[in-house]
Write a protein that binds this ligand. Structure first.
Ligand code: MGD
Ligand code: MGD
Ligand code: SF4
Ligand code: MO
Length: 858
């Protein structure tokens, strides 16, 4: 069969994918986002489309049921709540991972038919500050940048963005452009040195939230050195004087940077015409997120470096359809198609087009407030679609309690067991990536098709259909009688056409006649169109606005908690967590801690750190590294209660939001830390998924099934029984070996002579060759040999996976380096590492320099 052209469901780069029903995945050479490239997550998509863990039937209170029963119940409960408590007593919490058609229908139902604006999305945690900053500066939420601008720039400034891990294909495009044109300069502004910093000419380890001060510093320097474009600003920009005055009053100490680094950066920015400033969550997820965005935009507006090739601000979107969600208006403070709720004319136009009985008249609850309203009993029915708020919202412990308080909770998901599903009354099985049709918009406004190449399994249905079916049952049948996503897309484009007399940036007219089935990726408003090229913006007077922004003061704490992402996991791991290759990259919930801080706490390599504040406690494995500054901890957001007991970081984040955008400050919590004094440590390898049972428990996929790292204070009195319980193998053969002098215990569980599970317990972090143990699972090795930790083939331990595509481990790479592979290319030749998606190239480079330093020292 020939491959289907579709789009990757992960990040906002929006790479084109060629997919086969047999799971073969390739980059689409014709897609203008990636020209055939894929990163490790995209390349492993084929490993995530199996049915393990899938939700296949609607469930009501834990019992499988049929669609009619479930949909009737949802419609009845929502209608009853609205009848009794009014439209604002119900809410949808949606996601930038919905397709545009799903999003459009959900937004239409809530805003135009239920008549409330209580639909917000996880984009509030993600892009809200950029949206708000754009609107303040441009009068619209316009992202003027394109990927080609990055290749044409002479200076790329990456602010609060770990592009190498989070937008890997864009990072590779930049790396290739820099290799072709070495004069290109890259500056990375991030408290931590990351894989992205490895490509940068200059890394500025900025103080948390020092960004406003930094860009105010750039603006003041531009003025001081006569680089402000007076002709441009007087014709096209308001607010220069006030913004500059505030900038000049900024204390540069707030950046935490040294004077010579500041001077170098200021001069580089000032003297380079073609500069693109890329920013992401280090900017958005802050109490001063919107101000950070405007501090950046101010510099581009002051110099007229916007609307021209190779320059401009560029907020890169995180989720595959974060941009599509903004377009359809799926945020609680937007109406539809870039229109405003507060504008009576806009409301009338949308209501007229929808022929709807109601239209929301005021903003709804933004994400953090929405869950606060749930806690206060204001929300009587909640529908969560395509997001996992019990994990991803700040103060997630309280959010879970708040969800539990809502009388009626519905979730739509592909996966049955998630932390949020555990709190829901009704679970609705959705068709996932590869099974559904629709469109997504990437970071550069390019709309691409997602196409099905698999049958939806069980009773799973696409989101648009589920929402429409509920709308019909709520009595809104005529307006939701859709037969296909193509019809919905056509209506969305027609709505845009009907609104065309209103001056907006959004213009979908190019899609009016497209053949949905054959649609190729197209940028709105037109391929090649440059926003702001004519110096016209969308405020009433046609000018842009510079905003006076001053640097915030962060409260001091012993440790600041920074959070973010890993290269090979996607958010709450429901999909990437299925892949054996991806699971091996960083298999535990960890916390990066500076060596000086670690020494002060008495934490050694492998220690478990107890991180704590008023919101909660987390137990995380210490990753001692000087990549981050002293006094800052960094932990990934990915772990959930499905895979850990106490490894979820949002247990610790405060529900503090940016006052303009409502986006939570997920990068700067205040915490304390101490070493968790475990009395025992364990390592388990097994065939089927174990339950995360101990206080510290981290479950991950392996080549032969699963593994779990464990630690606790109270050792089990009966490790054999404990191993049986964790693995659910109560009736299997158990062998146990103890070494009282060392205090270690080893347990093997076999069924019909096949090793099903091996547990190693010790009073100190367990030292065994993990990969050798893992390779014994499912083999007929005798229990005795297995307990000795001896692999049948006695293969060397490949070490932690670095290259996920070819499964090349750290130890394999180190021996290749010792064998003379001293460049990334040579490593690729010897081990294949880095030769497919290339996402691990920064780590290969780091390994080479690490090893060469060691070899030089030896
Ligand atoms: N592998 C992978 N890729 C992803 C995702 C994923 O889950 N996994 N998710 C996608 C989504 S939805 C998003 S939103 C993007 C996010 O993409 P990014 O924003 O690039 O990722 P993060 O790791 O959240 O944060 C980026 C960096 O911000 C830094 N930072 C923290 N505080 C500050 C500060 O005060 N100032 C500055 N300048 N920097 C700071 C952090 O140290 C971190 O390295 O990634 C997308 N791509
Ligand atoms: N501490 C901290 N917290 C963060 C962040 C951070 O940097 N630090 N980042 C924030 C950001 S930027 C984001 S975007 C959020 C992401 O956080 P979430 O959105 O909560 O995380 P996901 O795991 O992507 O959740 C998506 C859910 O939708 C399901 N799903 C997948 N496809 C479909 C579909 O087609 N339809 C439906 N109905 N369901 C589907 C998945 O199985 C999964 O359960 O996390 C935020 N939280
Ligand atoms: S960079 Fe990777 S995750 Fe992002 S769209 Fe491309 S293949 Fe998917
Ligand atoms: Mo995001």
């Amino acid at each position: 069969m020939s491959a289907i052209r579709t789009t990757c469901p992960y990040c906002g780069v929006g790479c084109g994918v060629l997919a086969d029903a047999d799971g073969t995945i390739k980059g689409d050479p014709d897609h203008p986002a990636n020209f055939g490239r894929l990163c490790s997550k995209g390349a492993a998509l084929g490993e995530t489309i199996d049915l393990e863990g899938r939700l296949l039937r609607p469930m009501v209170h834990g019992e499988a049921t049929d669609w009619d029963t479930a949909l009737d119940l949802v419609a009845e409960k929502f209608s009853a709540a609205i009848a009794e408590h009014g439209p604002d007593s119900v809410a949808f919490y949606a996601s930038g991972q919905l397709l545009t058609e799903d999003y459009y229908v959900a937004n239409k139902l809530m805003k135009g038919f239920i008549g409330s604006a209580n639909i917000d999305t996880n984009s509030r945690l993600c892009m809200a500050s950029s949206v708000a900053g754009h609107k303040r500066a441009f009068g619209t939420d316009t992202v003027p940048g394109t990927y080609e601008d990055l290749e044409q720039a002479d200076l790329i400034v990456l602010v609060g963005s770990n592009l190498a891990w989070c937008h890997p294909v864009l990072h590779q495009r930049i790396a290739a452009a820099k290799e072709a044109r070495p004069s290109m300069r890259i500056v990375n502004i991030d408290p931590r040195r990351t894989a992205t910093s490895d490509l940068a000419d200059l890394h500025l380890s900025i103080a948390p939230d020092g960004d406003v001060a930094l860009f105010n510093g750039v603006l003041a320097h531009l003025a001081k050195t006569g680089r402000i474009d007076a002709a441009y600003t007087s014709a096209h920009v308001n607010g220069l004087a006030a913004a500059l005055k505030t900038a000049q009053a900024t204390n540069l100490d707030d950046t935490g940077l040294k004077a010579h680094d500041l001077a170098a950066f200021f001069e580089l920015w000032a003297s380079t015409e073609k500069v693109v400033t890329v920013y992401s969550q280090g900017v958005n997820q802050s109490q001063s997120g919107t101000d950070k965005v405007n501090a950046i935009l101010n510099c581009h507006l002051a110099t007229g470096r916007i609307g021209k090739a190779g320059m401009g601000p560029f907020s890169v979107t995180g989720q595959p359809n974060a941009m599509g969600g903004r377009e359809v208006g799926g945020l609680a403070n937007m109406l539809a198609n870039h229109l405003d709720i507060e504008n009576a004319g806009h409301r009338a136009a949308v209501q007229g087009f929808w022929a709807s009985p109601a239209i929301c008249t005021k903003q709804g609850f933004k994400a953090v407030d929405l869950f606060q309203a749930c806690a206060e009993g204001k929300i009587k029915a909640l529908w969560v679609m395509s997001t996992n708020p019990a994990v991803s919202l700040p103060d997630a412990g309280s959010v879970a309690e708040a969800i539990a308080r809502v009388p009626f909770v519905v979730t739509s998901d592909m996966i049955e067991k998630t932390d949020t599903n555990a709190l829901a009354d009704v679970l609705l099985p959705v068709a996932g990536w590869g099974e559904k049709n629709g469109t997504v918009t990437n970071s550069e406004r390019r709309i691409s098709r997602q196409r099905a190449f698999l049958e939806a399994p069980g009773e799973a249905r696409p989101d648009w259909q589920i929402v429409s079916d509920v709308a019909k049952r709520m009595g809104f049948g005529d307006a939701f009688d859709y037969q296909s996503p193509a019809e919905i897309f056509a209506e969305y484009v027609a709505l845009d056409g009907a609104l065309s007399p209103t001056v907006r940036d959004l213009d979908l007219s190019i899609f009016a006649d497209v053949d949905y089935a054959e649609m190729i990726p197209i940028q709105w408003p037109r391929n090649g169109h440059r926003f702001f090229a004519d110096g016209r913006f969308y405020h009433a007077d046609g000018k842009a606005r510079m905003i006076a922004v001053s640097a915030p003061k962060l409260p001091r704490s012993r440790f600041a908690l920074n959070t973010g992402r890993n290269r090979d996991q996607w958010h709450t791991m429901t999909r990437t967590g299925k892949s054996r290759r991806l699971g091996a990259h960083l298999a535990e919930p960890y916390v990066e801690i500076h060596p000086v801080d670690a020494a002060e706490l008495g934490a050694e390599h492998g220690a478990i750190i107890e991180v704590e504040n008023a919101h909660g406690t987390a137990l995380l494995r210490a990753l001692i590294t000087d990549r981050g500054p002293q006094g800052q901890l960094f932990a990934p957001m990915h772990w959930t209660r499905q895979r850990t007991r106490n490894g979820t970081v949002n247990t610790l984040t405060a529900p503090v939001v940016d006052p303009v955008s409502g986006q939570p400050a997920l990068k700067s919590g205040a915490v304390t830390a101490q070493v968790y004094r475990a009395k025992w440590y364990g390592f388990l390898a097994c065939r089927s998924e174990p339950a995360p049972s101990a206080p510290y428990a981290a479950v991950a996929r392996t080549a032969t099934g699963w593994q779990m790292e464990l630690a606790g204070r109270k050792p089990s009195a009966d490790w054999a029984a404990e191993a049986q319980n964790i693995t659910g193998l109560q009736h299997a053969d158990v062998s146990i070996q103890t070494d009282p002098s060392r205090g270690t215990t080893r347990v093997a569980i076999a069924v019909d002579g096949v090793i099903e599970a091996l547990l190693f317990v010790a009073p100190r972090p367990v030292v065994v060759a993990r990969n050798a143990i893992i390779s014994l699972i499912g083999t007929e090795t005798s229990s005795l040999e297995a307990l000795a930790g001896r692999s049948a083939a006695n293969q060397p331990d490949a070490g932690a996976t670095v290259c996920a595509c070819f499964n090349v481990g750290r130890n394999t790479l180190l021996s290749a380096i010792e064998g003379g592979a001293t460049s990334v290319a040579a490593l690729g030749e010897m081990t294949c590492a880095g030769t497919n998606c290339g996402s691990c190239k920064p780590e290969l480079k780091a390994l080479i320099s690490e090893a060469s330093i060691r070899m030089a020292a030896e």
